[in-house]
Write a protein that binds this ligand. Structure first.
Ligand SMILES: [Zn+2]
Length: 113
């Protein structure tokens, strides 16, 4: 999972944009980055596989809470905003989960069935 950061900083009259900002200006006091998403893989047997992202992550800043946080959302829920250290810990959990998925896939490949 990665976030593509725009290389060109945008400017605004009311509040400065950040180099990572990709917001559309709908909410002038809020700034968000491009969104990184994780979706289910396509599957021949997964007829009812959701197409909406399982997880989404983006940077978030608002005038009401002027600290850059990492917003993590799942489905239609609001999700959480994490401080950078908390987001790092969550990323470590995602990596651990990915290792478990990889281990299961290798067990399946070696199962002979
Ligand atoms: Zn902005």
């Amino acid at each position: 999972m990665s976030i593509t950061l725009p290389s060109l900083a945008l400017t605004q009259d009311s509040s400065p944009c950040f180099p990572w900002c990709a917001h559309d200006g709908r909410f002038p006091g809020e700034h968000t980055s491009a969104t990184a998403t994780l979706t289910f893989p396509r599957s021949r047997r997964g007829l009812n596989v959701p197409t909406t992202p399982l997880l989404a992550a983006e940077l978030y800043w608002s005038e009401e809470f002027p600290q850059t946080r990492v917003g993590i959302g799942a489905g239609d829920n609001d999700g959480v905003t994490l401080a950078p250290a908390e987001a790092e810990q969550f990323a470590d959990r995602l990596i651990a989960f990915a290792f478990r998925v990889r281990r299961l896939s290798r067990l399946a490949a070696g199962s002979g069935a």
